[in-house]
Write a protein that binds this ligand. Structure first.
Ligand code: SF4
Length: 444
């Protein structure tokens, strides 16, 4: 049997891009292509790019340049690919350029430049598809695109309006993942709380049972799979309140990733974002009343055009009051095509960066304060990495890659994907330090 053609793959960007990469890799393997771990072993390289902020654009262009230099045959996809002219201007030799979420176009380009092999044996892939994440957790993408038009963001122009996946299809994928050993599902989209709006919350079917295409209904169904379910990118709509009781009942993880972006009513309006700092504070208080253990993660933008020092301080005061557990902050980045660039009062780069750094310094203190409260507690954790000298795990409060971790001493026989009970003896700014009190393969 002739060796199958080999495709190299470079995946950049956010978890949504990662899911696109997984879809392409799954299809490549299903069609009998081999995946090459190196440039020189590949017959062709696909680069999945990110174009969210200027630094991501640069990183993507560099990755394309590297793939061209090392291999020479490159197909570009992803968010930066939506701006084909930018890619082609920098790298005229690329074979093809497609936008994000463009599985069929990428496959057409691969078929054209590296014709598909015909071997039924190589068509076999596991039902859960090819995953780039460790075996014990997986991202579950429930929709593509977004109906909002936040003025700092160009994602809707790159990925289009909201297009929700049918709930039956999402549940079948989740089931396959769990059967393949996944113990934590991370629900992602551009706007998880809008799930199903575009389908008028249509009723779908899973296992013969009717289910409405809605975030809360999906959360209930996922909770029945017996694994950790973590919700990301939940836009702060009022109906988000519906999932908090599910967290309090332990059906899904008491964790919510909700990008507030700012606290000043005027800046939020300029951003075309809902609510205000006060509304959000009230909401946070109500969530904590229902689910005291909830972990709240959010992201903010510092130095938005026209942001005054007072408005920025309002944001800092909000953070002091809200005591969020996990916070990410970007200095405003004037990404090409964003409406916010037309607003008056653009701030110099140093001011934007200084405010970002100031915000993060404050948040570090808040984070350290909140983590200290966990010292002495016993937590259930999922092990990501284990070495003889210690293990790295995550509790309900820690999403992979973006949050802190739990460092475990006295590892015993722990392996990646194991559950463990640990007792926390120390904390720092982002992480916890704990000793294992019990470990075994438990049901979730
Ligand atoms: S909600 Fe706003 S920031 Fe998020 S993808 Fe949609 S437009 Fe962009």
């Amino acid at each position: 049997m002739a060796a199958p053609p080999k495709v190299g793959f470079v995946s950049l960007g956010c978890p949504k891009a990662l899911v696109d990469s997984e879809g392409i890799l799954t299809r490549l393997r299903a069609e009998g292509y081999a995946i090459s771990p190196s440039y020189d072993g590949a017959d062709l390289v696909v680069v999945n790019t990110c174009g969210f902020i200027e630094s991501a654009v640069q990183e993507s262009l560099e990755a394309i340049g590297e793939a061209l230099a090392e291999n020479g045959r490159v197909i570009v996809t992803g968010c930066l690919g939506a701006k084909g002219d930018v890619v082609r201007k920098a790298h005229p030799k690329v074979l093809a350029v497609t936008g994000p979420h463009a599985l069929e176009e990428v496959m057409t380009a691969v078929h054209e430049h590296l014709p598909k092999p015909h071997d039924p044996f190589t068509d076999l892939v596991p039902p859960q598809g090819i995953k780039l994440t460790p075996r014990h957790y997986a991202y579950l993408k429930i929709s593509e695109g977004c109906n909002h038009r936040c003025t700092f963001c160009i994602i809707p122009s790159l990925r289009g309006d909201l297009a929700s996946r049918p709930i039956g299809e999402v549940m079948r994928e989740a089931e396959n993942l769990v059967e393949a050993g996944v113990k934590e599902l991370l629900v992602i989209s551009q706007d998880t709380s809008a799930y199903g709006v575009d389908l008028n919350y249509r009723t779908g079917f899973w296992d013969g049972r009717p289910l409405r295409t809605r975030m809360a209904d999906l959360a209930v169904a996922l909770s029945e799979l017996g694994v950790w379910v973590r919700l990301h990118y939940v836009y702060p709509y009022p109906h988000v309140d519906e999932v908090i009781p599910l967290m309090a009942e332990g059906r899904i993880l008491p964790y919510i990733d909700v990008p507030f972006q700012h606290a000043s009513r005027r800046i939020l309006k300029l951003m075309k974002r809902p609510a205000s700092g006060e509304d959000n504070l009230e909401r946070i208080r109500a969530w904590r009343k229902i689910c005291p253990d909830i972990t709240i993660r959010s992201t903010f933008i510092a130095g938005f055009p026209g942001e005054t020092e007072d408005e920025f301080r309002e944001l800092l005061e909000f953070l002091e009051e809200a005591e969020l557990d996990r916070v990410g902050c970007f200095a405003y980045s004037p990404v090409e095509g964003a409406k916010a660039n037309e607003l008056p009062g653009a701030l110099p780069g140093e001011v934007r960066e200084e405010r970002r750094a100031r915000l993060m310094r404050l948040q570090e203190k808040i984070s350290a304060r909140r983590l200290k409260r966990k010292v002495g507690k016993t937590l259930r954790v999922l092990v990501d990495e284990a070495k003889p000298e210690g293990a790295r795990a995550r509790s309900a409060a820690d999403a992979p890659e973006i949050d802190g971790v739990v460092h475990i001493e006295g590892v015993g026989k722990l392996a990646p994907g194991d559950w463990a009970q640990v007792k926390v003896f120390r904390s720092d700014t982002h992480d916890l330090f704990a000793r294992a009190v019990a470990s075994r393969r438990l049901a979730a």
